[in-house]
Write a protein that binds this ligand. Sequence first.
Ligand code: DAH
Length: 338
Amino acid sequence: MIDEVKKHLVTVEAFQADTHEAVEAFRISYAGKKGILNALFAAFREVAPAEKKEYGQLLNSLKQAVADKVKTLQSQTSQGTQTGTIADPFRPAFPLEIGSRHPLSLVRNRIIDIFSQVGFSISEGPEIEDDWHNFTALNLPEYHPARDMQDTFFIQTDPDILLRTHTSSVQVRYMENNTPPIRTLSPGRVFRNEAISARAHCIFHQIEGLYIDEKVSFADLKQMLLYFTKSLFGKSKIRLRPSYFPFTEPSAEVDIYWGLETETDYRITKGTGWLEIMGCGMVDPNVLSNCGIDSEKYSGYAFGMGIERIAMLLYQIGDIRMFFENDVRFLKQFKGSL
Ligand code: DAH
């Protein structure tokens, strides 16, 4: 009899289980109503008087051992995963497969960061726009030839509704609903009816900036552009080329001096060292009045840039289509970037 209890003691000490169910089965087999412990206690009567003391002591140790074992195993399995695997606090963590941010989000966030540091807020507008916000209010009345600069997707049943061709439409919405001083940045998706190639896509992204206050001048614009190009590209040599946009007067295109150090520099700058990065200008007074802002009192500047274009420059990506193919071999390269 004593030997039997000793055997059980060894078995209980050695018992291991890694699921909650197995621990429970073990507990029932020993401590259940019809379990081993009760049977052994019942057998006490049959034990020879000389052995009763040792038997009783051993049996109590067995009872304690069962209770301890159940307690330890229960706490281990309840920490485990849902399948009941024992949690091992020293096990190295699973290599968690963390995705990466899309390069366009990375670049957009960096641009937002740069401008929020100087007080710009973020505003957004609808992708399905009306003619007024996308064109007319921006000094592009119906039949204006400049509308040809932006091949437009119209909604067939309603010529007044279109997919916005630029984020300048958000400028209009913002000015209609806010009073100066205005400092806002509008990132968003835009659409143009263009054939897809390595350089152009019918869907792409822009960021629009707008600053309206009293006495805002072209010098303010230039200073902001310098701050921006320095922060984003680390380059502080820029030039402004006179250009034309119906909603700004004067208008300019911004080039940064990229340099001509490598063969790639030659290729992407076509041997000039200069790269065009955005359009800008002083908001045309007509646009201010169209949006309910007193153009005698206020002036401002605006700028707009293509996020894909900037991302292609920053990451040296040669084909705009790569942004939209979702090829993980491409996307994985941006792992770890914030
Ligand atoms: N909306 C223009 C485009 O899509 C970009 C642009 C140019 C925006 C000049 C501006 C600006 O705000 O001032 O080509």
